[in-house]
Design a protein around this ligand. Sequence first.
Ligand SMILES: Cc1cc2nc3c(=O)[nH]c(=O)nc-3n(C[C@H](O)[C@H](O)[C@H](O)COP(=O)(O)O)c2cc1C
Length: 209
Amino acid sequence: MKVLLLNGSSHSQGTTMAALQEMVEVFSCEGVECEIFQCGAKAVADCLQCGACARLGRCVIEDDGVNMFVEKARSADAFVFASPVYYAHPSGRILSFLDRAFFSDKGYEAFRFKPAASVVVARRGGCSATFDALNKYFGIAQMPVVSATYWNSVHGSVASDAPKDEEGMQTVRNLARNMVWMMRCLEAGRKAGIALPETERGVVTNFVR
Ligand SMILES: Cc1cc2nc3c(=O)[nH]c(=O)nc-3n(C[C@H](O)[C@H](O)[C@H](O)COP(=O)(O)O)c2cc1C
């Protein structure tokens, strides 16, 4: 079993990373493989809505890791999407990244029916709005959402602040344990022969007449 964690900060060793590392320690103790994927500090383009992904099966923009992330997602069993709070919303970087990852992966094949959770970090405010925005990806892609003992947030301006938010760190540790539990339940269900549900397609109403 493998968890793929996305760090939506440009800081590879910032507060978001500190929260993710807290989860990685739990995953390691539980014997669950994990990988942190960095959105990085280079520019991440927004979706062009050019339609090329329908033809190519991948995003036409090749140079910022989105396609590599989707390829890794195909063999992952669960996801954590983590972002710093910027003006009470996720980083533009992670939104552009995830918009293109989800829009280019038709049918959300790499993501659907796999457990997921979002984690946010902030100096002070805007955590729950940021958390809500990231959770929207799970809702449209049939992904079971893993919860914890609070809305997953850790406070800090810089990485060294994170351990001082003891409840925040406790929350993400609980989140990691709950994610492992859900992954094991799903695995047990698969082994017991419980098939994935059918998905109806074909009705698309755009509310434009
Ligand atoms: C453009 C920008 C906007 C920010 N907006 C907020 C905010 O709305 N609320 C808040 O508490 N912190 C805000 N911050 C602070 C970051 O969320 C905080 O420093 C966080 O720890 C950065 O995480 P990182 O080190 O993983 O990048 C903002 C930072 C930047 C650069």
